[in-house]
Design a protein. Structure first.
Length: 201
């Protein structure tokens, strides 16, 4: 259960909102836009929020959140837009330096992602060691841009993508993937390598 995960280092969005209005009584939280986008076969609700400190604030805090659609857990299913909105509000407020503690991610965001990672084992077929080795070989060969690799991972296996990125995060994420997720990532990696080879030729 997500409740077993220590969320002590994260601030809840409601606390950020409360502090925001305490500091800026004339402030407001608004939706810049929201859309449904598809990336590598996975649909996402994308919500962009703005945190205005005053009615004439020309540099509001901006926050964007991507929520898988349909939601992958009972916490997010059928409330994808609301979850994306809450996360985006929290990030917009955090962009102003309010109640970030040690992370821009809110407690709600982390709880949702942890819940996805902690699906029952029977619903997540563990990756085979051979697949891990194959992906690591392609990783070394490809010299992929971090931003491209991150977006690919979010599209194929959002539940294994960490909130905070540290050295070696890709290898750790690969080890948590399922067979089907690994196959999709492997296909994407191979297509990128083939494309580079065609350009070089």
């Amino acid at each position: 259960m997500a409740g077993k995960y220590d969320l002590g280092g994260y601030v809840e969005v409601q606390d950020r909102i409360r502090e925001f209005y305490e500091r800026f009584p004339e402030g407001s939280l608004r939706c810049k836009q929201w859309t449904v986008r598809e990336f590598n076969g996975q649909a996402f609700v994308v919500y962009e929020a703005l945190a205005y400190r005053s009615p004439d604030d020309k540099l509001p805090g901006e926050g964007k959140a991507w929520e898988p659609f349909p939601g992958k857990t009972s916490f997010t299913r059928n409330s994808e837009l609301m979850n994306a909105e809450t996360s985006a509000w929290g990030r917009a407020i955090a962009a102003l330096g309010i109640a970030t503690n040690r992370s821009v991610a809110s407690a709600e965001e982390v709880a949702n992602r942890v819940a996805e990672r902690e699906e029952p084992l029977e619903e997540r077929e563990a990756i085979e060691p051979e697949q891990v080795e194959g992906l690591l070989v392609l990783l070394e060969m490809g010299d992929f841009k971090p931003a491209d690799l991150k977006m690919a991972m979010v599209g194929f296996a959002p539940s294994v993508v960490p909130e905070k990125f540290s050295k070696g995060w890709v290898k750790k994420a690969i080890a948590q993937m399922t067979n089907s997720e690994a196959e999709k990532l492997q296909k994407w990696m191979q297509e990128q390598l083939d494309s580079k080879a065609e350009v070089a030729a």
